[in-house]
Design a protein around this ligand. Sequence first.
Ligand code: DX5
Ligand code: ZN
Length: 220
Amino acid sequence: MSKKMIAPSILAADFANLQRDIEMVNESDADWFHIDIMDGVFVPNISFGMPVLKAISKHAKKTIDVHLMIVDPDRYIQTFADLGSNVLTVHYEACTHLHRTLQAIKAAGMKAGVALNPHTNVSLLENVINDIDLVCIMSVNPGFGGQSFIENTYNKVKQLKALINEKGASTLIEIDGGVNDKNAKDLVDAGADVLVAGSFVFKSEDQKKTITNLSSVANS
Ligand code: DX5
Ligand code: ZN
């Protein structure tokens, strides 16, 4: 079985010590950097934008996984490619022409991801799953870190895994929101490949150790 990956969410980092926290992730057992971009329209919060991502990219030595919580993401696909994004995830709910958006992301040299809000059914991806490199199942309502995990996520992960297998797709399943060492194993058993963790990592005493432990639980 392929390695289950851990993606610390920089939203929960200390922005006044961003370089320190990026180096911590570089030196840790984490696999990816998860970067949350919010526009205050698609979600009721504004996180940070291009200049901050540029600064992160300069120091990050692992895959940069960008989660766009913005309306009309097509406007910025090339910009995010230029800023060093390796995976670019757009929200299903923010894309009128999702298939076109996915092709544009891939044409810009990135892996194409689609995020689903908690109320969005995974079956809506049936006709496009073979074009998607990663599906991000939101296990909280997007917009804020530190919220509690929505239990129905397990059902969605299982449904999505079944769809991926049925269609012979190689799509990765990512879980975002409220992930910790208590739900990590069940998420992996349901079919998850990538676990995003913000508060659980950055609010812990020993962040590197927390990442190591989360990775061992996910790969146990
Ligand atoms: C929420 C973001 C998440 C968030 C996760 O809208 O997409 O990536 O940072 O944070 P935790 O792990 O604290 O729920
Ligand atoms: Zn996210």
